[in-house]
Design a protein around this ligand. Structure first.
Ligand code: ATP
Length: 555
């Protein structure tokens, strides 16, 4: 199939914001795709060439793309930058300059879907010396053979802009529609496989039955079960039923431990492999989990070596990012692994096994070692008073609050289901995206100094405040450096920024606001930390803000 057809589909998708129309366009398209093209089409419609289990990114900097467009079109880089500044979209730039050029040359080979898919994968796979030149030469080859509209979508795919790709929910429904399968089964399959391309193939070839039989696999990351927030113990019991399983909500870092014999791999909730960063957790898993093919779910927290005091998440986040001197940092910030769930024992998936039985299996399969590898602290209770005491005790130890879980519930990867809930003190900080900023004045003129912070409303970002306090000079520098590549437009001293960076923001109060598109404003927003481990899709949504607002007013 010609890539042109996919580029035209992208054009049509762009021309409507109606979800149903987008879904039906994709449904028809994937129905007609051949077996070989199905996977590339599904992944590229999502704006990627890699499935979500792979942490590989196409990762081409704007600068490289500008060079490639300049060289293909015979224009200077300066000219390209000038047009880019006006449009803010390198895809549109490629389309425009190639339109002018093509009229003059008329030469090109037709691009197929697999040409584009395979070539773009190659771009991301190059490593080491001469990488940049190799990348540019492949992009040039693609652009030289592309029609202007193809060039637009190739360029967007290669730089991975947020303008590329539709949401996962639309693709899920399109797969269900195209192959007449249940969309919930499509989603469940994706939550285990993390590869919509592969899920589409199974849906096409094996239907509902095939989707149902997708299994959890050792050493392949799967999504984790997530919680919903409740505001009171009463509400907690309503959701979980009584008695409930109550656990400390540790302020650490979620790690899924996969183990077979002495082979251990560790994955984060974003499916990243962090085995290298945590040799101590590998060692503990080998020592304290009884030998079996298993997957355990845990929260890893840092401790202060001298006092054994539990440290807040910021500390352990240094370990997640660290690529060198690992041994040193293992000593500086030792960790405790708190196992709270189990997804597989002896190679058998426990996703459909009720929690109360999974708890027994955890107890049977772990030898606890204080301050190293333990089972998460839990009580089983239906007594409000007892739970309040447990909540206060948890907070006093530096935890975020407590989790409440339904004892009969199963484990549904990737879902934020009502039978796992979290109870935290009010005025919890929010995770927001930075979507704009202003250059500073005077001594801060070279830094971005005040930031538009936004919450999520489905796939869009809506401003909820401007944040300038809580930042040290070092923060200003760091944020400016991180945000600069994502600036898409400049007007006076203000810049628009593609949402990529997530920040945790504290505040005094939520107010209604006619100024910001979200309809709310944070009073005195203050930066608490940059949350590198979070993706913008995890930014808090407007529903959460609404519920915090009404909770606050209810007081
Ligand atoms: P938050 O910002 O409140 O941590 P979140 O979006 O990161 O919320 P939630 O699903 O709301 O995640 O809360 C569950 C998270 O809490 C888990 O991902 C895990 O990292 C952490 N956690 C700590 N202790 C537990 C526990 N005992 N059981 C389950 N999750 C726990």
């Amino acid at each position: 199939m010609d890539y042109l057809k996919l580029a035209e589909l992208n054009e049509k998708l762009e021309s409507t914001s109606k979800r149903l129309e987008q879904t039906s366009l994709i449904t028809e398209f994937i129905k007609s795709a051949s077996k070989e093209n199905l996977r590339p089409v599904v992944l590229m419609v999502l704006g990627n060439v890699y499935p979500s289990y792979s942490r590989k990114k196409i990762g081409i900097a704007d600068k490289i793309m500008i060079k490639a467009i300049a060289s293909t079109s015979g224009r200077s880089e300066k000219e390209i930058v000038k047009i880019f500044k006006k449009t803010g979209d390198l895809g549109a730039v490629a389309e425009q300059v190639l339109k002018d050029k093509k009229q003059a040359t008329l030469f090109s080979k037709k691009l197929s879907i697999s040409d584009v898919f395979e070539d773009i994968k190659k771009i991301a796979d190059f490593e080491g010396k001469g990488t940049v030149d190799k990348k540019i030469s492949i992009i040039k080859k693609l652009l030289a053979n592309a029609s202007p509209v193809e060039a637009k979508h190739i360029a967007r795919l290669v730089i991975g802009t947020t303008r590329m790709g539709v949401g996962e929910g639309i693709v899920r429904d399109a797969i269900a529609g195209a192959f007449n399968v249940d969309s919930k089964k499509v989603e469940n399959a994706e939550n285990i496989l993390n590869d919509y391309g592969g899920v589409a193939e199974i849906a096409k070839l094996e239907g509902d039955k095939g989707l149902e039989s997708i299994k959890l696999e050792l050493f392949k990351p799967s999504k984790v079960l997530l919680a919903q927030r409740v505001e009171s113990i009463e509400e907690l019991f309503k959701r979980t039923g009584e008695p409930a399983d109550l656990e400390y909500k540790y302020d650490g870092f979620r790690v899924l431990i996969h183990k077979k014999g002495d082979k251990v791999k560790l994955f984060t909730r974003r499916l990243e492999d962090v085995t290298k960063q945590f040799p101590d957790v590998v060692e503990y898993s080998n020592k304290y989990i009884k030998d079996s093919r298993c997957i355990m779910d845990s929260e890893v927290i840092g401790i202060e070596p001298k006092t054994g005091r539990w440290l807040p998440f910021q500390k352990i986040s240094q370990r997640i990012k660290r690529k060198y001197d690992i041994k040193k940092i293992v000593k500086e910030i030792p960790v405790i692994v708190n196992v709270f769930d189990v997804l597989m024992i002896n190679g058998k998936s426990l996703l459909k096994t009720p929690l109360k039985e999974r708890i027994k299996l955890i107890e049977e399969n772990i030898t606890q070692e204080k301050n190293r590898f333990v089972i998460a602290k839990r009580i089983i209770s239906s007594d409000e008073k007892e739970v309040r005491k447990f909540f206060m005790e948890s907070l006093a130890l530096g935890n975020e609050g407590i989790m409440g879980k339904n004892l009969n519930s199963i484990y549904e990867p990737g879902l934020r289901v009502g039978y796992w809930v979290k109870l935290k003190p009010a005025m919890e900080p929010l995770d927001l995206a930075i979507t704009g900023a202003d250059w500073g004045k005077g001594k801060r003129a070279q830094w971005l100094a005040s930031f538009d912070i936004s919450c999520r409303k489905q796939d869009e970002f809506k401003r909820i405040g401007k944040m300038g306090t809580g930042l040290t000079d070092e923060n200003f520098k760091k944020l400016t450096k991180e945000l600069k590549p994502y600036i898409i437009r400049e007007k006076g001293t203000h810049v628009d920024i593609i949402p990529k960076i997530v920040v945790e923001v504290g505040y005094e109060e939520i107010q209604e606001s006619p100024t910001y598109e979200s309809g709310y404003a944070l009073r005195f927003p203050k930066l608490l930390q940059i949350r590198y481990e979070k993706d913008v899709s995890e930014v808090d949504d407007i529903e959460k803000i609404k519920s915090l607002y009404s909770h606050q007013r209810g007081k």
